[in-house]
Design a protein around this ligand. Structure first.
Ligand code: ADP
Length: 363
C-alpha cells in the first residue's frame, strides 16, 4: 500500500478554487468550535456527520453543508472524499477523526488536503513514538518501567489506545499490580490480551494542566492559546471522601474523563510552558517533517517542586480546547479578542491564502 503522497495532495490543492475554500471536519469532539471559528473567519463550512447526530450542528448553526454518513468511519469512503474535494475542502483533524478514520486510512487512502501534519498523528497514538518525541526534546516524562516485577514506587498502569483513562490504575508493588489486573479483567474493563501491553509509568503526584499550543508556520511562532484541567470519574468523587471512609468503602479509583474546566497557571510557571512548547516544535521539525504544525496539547502534572511533567501529547486539536471556544485568558492576551483553537486554524488558513502559502499548511 502506498502512502498518500504530498505531491498528490498539492496537485489536488492546485485545482482548488482558493476563493471558495470550505473548512470541513467530522461531527464530533471539537467540531463545533472548528466550524464556528471557520465561519467567523468567513469560510464556508461542512460537517461529515453520522446519521442521527446532526442536531448540535443544526441548532448551533455552524455548518453550511452536511455530508451524512451511516457511520463516522465512512469519512474515508471514496464518494465522501469526492464530495469533500468538490467543495474545495480542507479537513481539520481532531481526536475522533483520528479514531474513526483510522491512522492507516489517513496515511494511505485519504486524498483530501488536511490542515497540519498527517504523519505526526501516529506519533501521538503510539506510546513509544510519543515518548521519543518528548524525550528527544529534553522534556521530563514519567519514568517508564519495562516489567511489573520492577515496580518499586507508586506507578500508574495504562493500556493501549485512548480510552479516556478507563481501566487505568495505581499500584505500588508487583503483588498489587497482579491483584488490580485481576479486578480490571473481572470488571471487563480490560482483556487478557491487554495485560502484555500494559504500560507502567511513575505516578506523578501533582496538579493537572493540559496546555493548548498553536504553532504558526506562517509566523514561525509557538502560541499559548489556553489551558484546561480534567474532570475524572470516579477519582474526583473519591477524594471528597475522608481517608478513613475511603478505606472502609474499598472503592478502586478510576480515571475516566468526563469533562474539562478552564484553568490558568501561576505566572512564574509560564517560562517553562513556552520552553517546552518551543522544544517540542523544534524536535518535531527534525523527526516528523514538516513538524508540529497547527494546534497541539501537552497533558501535564505540575509537581510541588514546580516542575511540569508531560504524560501525554495530542498532535492536533485536543478535547480540552472546548473550554475556551469563546477565548481564554491567554488567547485574550495574544489576540485581544475571543480566539478559539478552531478560529486560530481558520485564521492561519486565511492568512496563508492571502500570502499564497497554503501549501505550507497542508499535507
Ligand atoms: P487517556 O489518554 O487514555 O485519556 P491519560 O494518559 O490522559 O489517558 O490519563 C488519564 C488520567 O490519568 C490523566 O488525566 C491523569 O489524571 C492521570 N494520569 C495519567 N498519567 C499519570 C501519571 N504518570 N501520574 C499521575 N497521574 C497520571
Amino acid at each position: 500500500m502506498s502512502k498518500v503522497n504530498r505531491d498528490d495532495i498539492l496537485n489536488i490543492l492546485a485545482n482548488y478554487n482558493k476563493e471558495e475554500i470550505t473548512i470541513a471536519t467530522l461531527g464530533s469532539h471539537t467540531s463545533l468550535h472548528i466550524l464556528k471559528g471557520a465561519k467567523k473567519e468567513g469560510f464556508k463550512t461542512a460537517v461529515v456527520c453520522e446519521k442521527g447526530r446532526e442536531v448540535p450542528y443544526q441548532r448551533f448553526k455552524v455548518a453550511d453543508e452536511y455530508i451524512i454518513v451511516d457511520k463516522f468511519s465512512d469519512i474515508v469512503n471514496e464518494e465522501v472524499q469526492e464530495q469533500l474535494k468538490a467543495m474545495n475542502a480542507i479537513v481539520v483533524p481532531h481526536g475522533s477523526f483520528v479514531a474513526y478514520a483510522g491512522l492507516d486510512n489517513i496515511e494511505n487512502d485519504f486524498y483530501v488536503p488536511m490542515f497540519g501534519n498527517r504523519d505526526i498523528l501516529r506519533w501521538e497514538a503510539e506510546r513509544d513514538l510519543e515518548r521519543k518525541l518528548i524525550l528527544d526534546s529534553g522534556i521530563r516524562m514519567p519514568f517508564k518501567y519495562n516489567k511489573p516485577e520492577d515496580i518499586d514506587r507508586a506507578v500508574m498502569v495504562k493500556f493501549p489506545g485512548a480510552r479516556g483513562g478507563k481501566g487505568y490504575f495505581v499500584a505500588s508493588s508487583h503483588e498489587e499490580f497482579q491483584e488490580k489486573i485481576s479486578n480490571m479483567i473481572e470488571r471487563e474493563w480490560i482483556t487478557e490480551e491487554d495485560i502484555s501491553s500494559a504500560h507502567i509509568e511513575e505516578y506523578v503526584s501533582g496538579t493537572n494542566f493540559c496546555i493548548h499550543y498553536f504553532y504558526s508556520v506562517l509566523n514561525d511562532e509557538v502560541e499559548l492559546l489556553g489551558m484546561d484541567s480534567r474532570f475524572e470519574s470516579n477519582i474526583d468523587g473519591l477524594v471528597r471522601i475522608p481517608a478513613k471512609d475511603q478505606m472502609e468503602i474499598g472503592l478502586d479509583p478510576s480515571y475516566v474523563i468526563t469533562g474539562n474546566h478552564p484553568v490558568v497557571m501561576r505566572e512564574s510557571l509560564l517560562p517553562q510552558v513556552f520552553d517546552i512548547g518551543d522544544k517540542l516544535v523544534k524536535t518535531a521539525k527534525e523527526l516528523v517533517k514538516p513538524g508540529m504544525n497547527g494546534p497541539f496539547c501537552l497533558q501535564t502534572m505540575c509537581t510541588d517542586n514546580l516542575e511540569i511533567v508531560i504524560f501525554e501529547m495530542s498532535a492536533r486539536t485536543d478535547g480540552g480546547s472546548n473550554t475556551f471556544m469563546n477565548g481564554s485568558a491567554y488567547s485574550y492576551l495574544l489576540f485581544d479578542e475571543e480566539m478559539s483553537v478552531g478560529q486560530r486554524i481558520a485564521r492561519e488558513i486565511k492568512n496563508a491564502i492571502t500570502e499564497d502559502k497554503l501549501e505550507d499548511l497542508i499535507t
